[in-house]
Write a protein that binds this ligand. Structure first.
Ligand SMILES: [Zn+2]
Ligand SMILES: [Zn+2]
Length: 595
């Protein structure tokens, strides 16, 4: 920095580009507007201007904020004295002159010209809406809903949330009781919780609308009774004011129904009092507000020892129904009723299994014998919280906690392990393999990420016998390459056929780099060096293949049977990941043998 320069001056855009600053200011008088500089310090430039508007006698006061990263970023423009039914943040009064999408702001345009052009556009859109000309409005504005809920976001309680079914509409009736399943959440403030709005009720306790909940609920959850009241609140982040309005609305209802309102108010009194305000909400573009929006208020009345209490808090509501969560991934709809068994929860199977859960596969079961060691974490999805735990159990728990629309389970044990001690046999009279065969019979796909040839040969065989699609994936030594193959019960070749083709060199084998072998302490199998970021290349192709097989046509499974991955060339240099697909016809020594 040059001597004598004020600190930070090299960060002010008007100091970096004085020519641009002059041009920006000069653009206003050309529109016969004389802006006033309200603030120009520490990177922030705010102007005020009286903006002439066509068809209006009085100009509109605009407050124009330049981005500290001007001209790369868009400016913000507020109309503090005007109220628009749309395209204006009711709290900040900022106008939406552009949609939120990227690529809308042209950094070559001067802000004055930008406002002139976009404000006129905005007013035309508002006029079209007002006149009910929805076709015209749709051409002028972003065709998206403009919901009220986000405006309550500002000051809501840190780390707390109440989840509800976004597909259920406004409840009939003006007020009532509600069941909220609450579990505490760790938080800096110590008071945070997650609630699930399970059931709305009338004041006398009769269920209203559908019950909502996830397939599995945490065991320490507590069911609390709260109250709800229906009215459209003003956009404010003042929790005390919202609570006052809710109580005012209930009091208004009490004039007609004193006993019933008292019942609601009494039932909703506890260590955690939850009041829900429900209002008509725009959930899709158009004139109708046919969804329901929620804002929640929470009070913690002081206990005798004075440990809790304090002001009411706003708690964020989030839509968490199946359709709310999976609307971004149409294929998920076809995956929700499907089941996958993931054998081997190591560096490849763990990521693949989690991704299947994320994609919406309804049930994922992990089979593994291993525990998570700190040294695994560099290529395993979970870190310290899972060290020393069973890999299969840790993943299943993680899914249950984070992807509630997927049922996750696990079976621990070494598949096919032989016994030498009768006393060590599991109890019961069933075959020791019965639990595994039950899983295989019941699943829609077997994902084999065991990287064990014994497991692979056995599972490939039994999957075919039981009529289940079998997907196998592994990386080679040194993560020089990998394989993902699928074998369908009615497919031509099988996993053994593939091995024969490899022997014949009719299908290229994945590259191997033996430099990268690590022998761990003790009598363990050699493991390999290589990062999760390379191994996940295989996990992802496993997931794409499995999703393709499970999705009943809504995601293309691809026309190949065997996919061979190359990550390193002959000289051991990294190449861009390259997949090659091959068919796997029946081999004359196996499925193609004449009998
Ligand atoms: Zn808008
Ligand atoms: Zn075969």
């Amino acid at each position: 920095m040059a001597k004598g320069t004020a600190p930070g001056a090299d960060q002010d855009w008007w100091a970096l580009w004085p020519g641009l600053f002059r041009k920006e200011l000069a653009a206003f008088p050309r529109l016969e507007i004389a802006p006033r500089i309200v603030h120009k310090k520490n990177g922030v430039l705010i102007l005020e201007a009286d903006w002439p508007v066509q068809g209006q006698t009085e100009p509109m006061l605009l407050r124009i904020g330049y981005s500290p990263l001007h001209p790369f970023f868009r400016p913000a423009v507020a109309a503090p004295n005007a109220t628009f039914e749309r395209h204006q943040n009711p709290l900040s009064r900022e106008l939406c002159l552009l949609t939120q999408e990227a690529g809308q702001w042209d950094s070559n345009q001067l802000v004055a010209d930008f406002i002139q052009e976009r404000l006129e556009h905005l007013l035309r859109a508002l006029k079209a809406r007002k006149d009910g000309r929805w076709g015209d409005a749709a051409g002028l504005e972003e065709q998206a809903a403009d919901p009220l809920m986000p405006y309550f976001l500002g000051t809501s309680e840190e780390d707390s949330v109440i989840l509800f079914d976004g597909q259920s509409g406004l409840p009939p009736g003006p007020y009532g009781l509600m069941e909220v399943v609450c579990s505490s959440r760790s938080s800096r403030t110590g008071a945070a919780f997650e609630g699930v709005l399970r059931q709305l009720k009338t004041s006398s306790g009769a269920a209203v609308g559908k019950r909502f909940g996830f397939p599995t609920e945490s065991q320490d959850a507590q069911v609390l009774t709260g109250r709800w009241v229906k009215f459209t609140p003003p956009a404010t982040t003042d929790a005390r004011e919202l609570l006052r309005l809710a109580e005012e609305e209930l009091a208004r209802q009490a004039v007609m129904q004193p006993g019933s309102v008292r019942k609601v108010n009494d039932a909703a009194r506890g260590a955690l009092c939850i009041t829900g305000i429900v209002f008509p909400e725009e959930v899709k573009y158009g004139p109708e507000k046919d969804g329901a929006g929620w804002v929640f208020l929470v009070e913690r009345p002081a206990l005798l020892d004075g440990t809790t209490g304090g002001a009411p808090q706003l708690v964020l509501g989030e839509r968490a129904g199946k359709d709310d969560i999976f609307s971004r991934l149409p294929v998920a709809k076809s995956l929700l009723p499907k089941k996958a068994v993931v054998v081997g929860a190591g560096a490849i199977g763990s990521f693949a299994g989690l991704e299947l859960a994320r994609a919406g596969v309804g049930e994922v079961t992990f089979l593994d014998f291993d525990t998570v060691q700190p040294g695994n974490s560099l290529r395993w999805p979970l870190g310290r919280s899972a060290w020393g735990r069973s890999k299969a159990a840790a993943l299943a728990n993680f899914i249950a906690e984070n992807y509630p629309w997927t049922r996750a389970s696990f079976a621990q044990g070494r598949l096919g392990a032989a016994f030498t001690d009768v006393a060590s046999l599991p109890d019961g009279s069933a075959n020791v393999l019965a639990p595994v065969f039950d899983l295989l019979r019941d699943t829609d796909v077997v994902v084999d990420a065991s990287a064990s040839e014994e497991v692979q040969l056995a599972l490939a065989h039994h999957s075919k016998r039981l009529g289940v699609p079998y997907v196998i994936g592994y990386a080679t030594h040194g993560v020089a390459g990998g394989v993902v193959a699928r074998f369908l019960p009615d497919g031509e070749g099988c996993f053994v056929c593939l091995q024969e083709h490899w022997k014949d060199e009719r299908i290229p084998e994945p590259r191997v780099d033996n430099a990268g072998l690590v022998i761990p302490v003790g009598c363990n199998a050699p493991t390999f060096t290589g990062g999760g970021f390379d191994l996940q290349e295989v996990s992802l192709e496993i997931v794409r293949t499995a999703v393709g097989l499970l999705s009943s046509g809504s995601y293309d499974p691809g026309g190949w049977t065997v996919a061979v991955l190359t990550l390193k060339n002959e000289d051991g240099f990294r190449t861009l990941p390259r997949w090659e697909g091959h068919p796997c016809p029946a081999h004359p020594k196996c499925c193609g043998a004449k009998r």
